[in-house]
Write a new protein. Structure first.
Length: 303
């Protein structure tokens, strides 16, 4: 009988791709859903409701592995106090809910794997390369990621192997980051943001899915891992390359920082600043990126 992987956030961009990879690798997949969904030949659905602190315990009890991907989008809406609370709680409450089931039933899956983000290191622009040992920043993104990751420690304390995947900008066909920027670039109105010098750590959805799959199969993986290509991609380089793939050179001036701050508020820091991250730790596990060249990665996503 195939081992079962339970996903939170399984209907999202990353979750859908990861589901395919896991099934291809021979696992059965279960997904926690807020709505009632009928099972398919490949996926079994379980109900949960974070607002009511409800979860079908069978989802957890039948799982050999749990992957936590759920969370409100970071750049979907302005960062009001209410929105910040929703972003944080949507990441932490699922962990607390799953923990309560594990503890009550003395259930120990083979691993609990949680998403995180390179935002852990904060938003800044310099040549520093962040490793998994780099301390968290004290800005909103850094604090959110730290609390998010700290919530996993209680599961680790149950004697369960835990892994945290700190993800960069995820590139996929008509999904994720490209879904937001493609319309303007495709129409010939692409432009760099702010100074354009801010680093933009990225990863292709296929590589990210394979990293999650490896975190299931490799019982030596433990703790945080950066999931982003180590290169010198900046917002300006990314923008110029994407425009060139659509057949033109950028002609619009960079979008001034003050405009972005007016439009986005505090959330503008997420696009005006960036960081470089090291992928050395994940590569030392034997993982090999399929996409390390940005141009090839973008071509695979837009053609």
């Amino acid at each position: 009988m195939a081992q079962n992987v339970l996903l939170t956030g399984g209907s999202g961009f990353i979750g859908k791709h990861l589901t395919d990879v896991l099934i291809e690798a021979g696992y059965s997949v279960s997904v926690l859903s807020r709505s009632n969904k009928e099972d398919t030949p490949k996926i079994q659905y379980y109900k949960w409701d974070l607002n009511k602190n409800y979860i079908d315990e069978n989802a957890v009890l039948n799982a050999d592995y749990i992957i936590h991907l759920a969370g409100e989008g970071i750049v979907e809406k302005r960062w009001t106090k209410k929105r910040k609370k929703a972003i944080l709680e949507s990441r932490v409450k699922p962990i607390d809910l799953i923990f309560s089931v594990l503890e009550k039933n003395n259930k120990k899956p083979d691993a609990f794997i949680s998403a995180s983000a390179v935002g852990f290191y904060g938003a800044f622009t310099n040549h520093k390369i962040c490793t998994e040992e780099t301390p968290p920043a004290d800005d909103f993104l850094g604090t959110t990621c730290q609390i998010w990751e700290n919530a996993v420690y209680k599961i680790e304390a149950l004697g369960i192997r835990t892994v945290k995947i700190r993800t960069g900008i995820v590139l996929g066909k008509d999904e994720g980051f490209l879904k937001k920027v493609n319309p303007s670039f495709k129409a010939g109105f692409g432009a760099a943001l702010g100074s354009g010098k801010q680093y933009l750590p990225w990863i292709h959805i296929e590589d990210l899915s394979q990293i999650y799959c490896k975190s299931v199969t490799d019982n030596q993986m433990h703790g945080p891992y950066n999931a982003a290509v180590t290169d010198n991609t900046t917002n300006e380089r990314f923008s110029r390359l994407l425009a060139s793939l659509y057949g033109y050179a950028i002609w619009l001036p960079k979008v001034p920082p003050f405009v972005l701050r007016i439009v986005l508020g505090e959330m503008s820091e997420a696009v005006l600043k960036g960081q470089r991250v090291s992928s050395e730790k994940i590569q030392k596990t034997g993982f090999e990126f399929q996409f390390t060249d940005l141009e090839k990665a973008l071509i695979s996503c837009i053609h």
